[in-house]
Ligand binder design. Sequence first.
Ligand SMILES: Cc1cc2nc3c(=O)[nH]c(=O)nc-3n(C[C@H](O)[C@H](O)[C@H](O)COP(=O)(O)OP(=O)(O)OC[C@H]3O[C@@H](n4cnc5c(N)ncnc54)[C@H](O)[C@@H]3O)c2cc1C
Length: 317
Amino acid sequence: MKVIEHIKQAKDTLISFEVLPPLKGKGIKGIYDNLDPLMEFKPAFINVTYHRSESMFKKKPDGTFEKVEVRKRPGTVGICAAIKFRYKVDAVAHLICGGFNRQETEDALIDLNFLGIDNVLVLRGDAPKNESSFEPEPGGHRYAIELLHQVVNMNNGIYLEDDLKTTVKTDFCIGVAGYPEKHFEAPNMQTDLAYLKAKVEAGADYVVTQMFFDNKKYFDFVATCRNAGINVPIIPGLKPITSRRQLTVLPRTFHVDIPEDLSSEILKCKQDCEVEEIGTQWLLQQSKELKAAGVPVVHYYTLGKPHVIANVVKELV
Ligand SMILES: Cc1cc2nc3c(=O)[nH]c(=O)nc-3n(C[C@H](O)[C@H](O)[C@H](O)COP(=O)(O)OP(=O)(O)OC[C@H]3O[C@@H](n4cnc5c(N)ncnc54)[C@H](O)[C@@H]3O)c2cc1C
């Protein structure tokens, strides 16, 4: 079932989870270990992130170095299929522009369609860690909206080879990303919202937000979106803070603020187990308030912390 159908049919706030593919060389057991303890909460859907390859320098036997492309976390499409098969729950495959050309994207969409996975979250992706700005792959997309056009085209039976006859129309439900604290490259919120609106007008069915730690940012964002004429569901994305290190890593990586009330409590902690307790309580309060406000779904970035998410969700359902 599509995410948008889950939302339309729901009588209460739904729960969803997000997982990362394991590092190459590791098995799928890590995903199951993460998800098994969460399945009792009956998530409406589970997202699986997508990761671009990165350039690395590998030492050759003669002592010189060669540049190689390594995808550290492959397997998104396969994991989506495994989730559907094992848990009978809908999977949402993330698709990114970075590192992919249109042909590779089309192949992934065909695989998803054949597997009966009809939910995608279309994203641009970030620049590789060693590059300062995002550059599309030759023959790839520069912005998420271009990737969205490709998915919408396939939903209309338009494939890259335009001479194909009597093609099958795919039926993807399409989500896009939104940023309550603004995307870090956007010059201002208004411009960022104009591009978000363009994604919705081009066919996005719903928005999932970047993580935030202050619900007011989400509520303000939703109000601004509604004023701007963005009327699709806006799903809040939440993540627990479980270590002191995250106080600097999260703002640096995701360009989000951590409220002073939360950071000051965390700074008093001597060990990360104390931070985890504070992070769990904070996440629970955020979740309760969002649910009370009637948000369609609370989406949890689980990232290897299933017990924290379980402790929160069991107080919520
Ligand atoms: C819910 C969620 C899930 C994510 N999952 C993944 C994942 O699985 N894998 C991954 O690699 N990354 C993921 N990301 C990170 C995401 O790829 C980055 O935040 C990326 O920098 C932007 O992606 P986007 O889809 O928002 O890009 P876009 O919508 O393309 O926007 C990127 C920037 O360009 C601007 N812009 C948009 N359209 C135009 C235009 N037509 N002309 C000029 N400027 C424009 C926007 O204002 C913004 O500043 C996720 C982010 C979120 C919020």
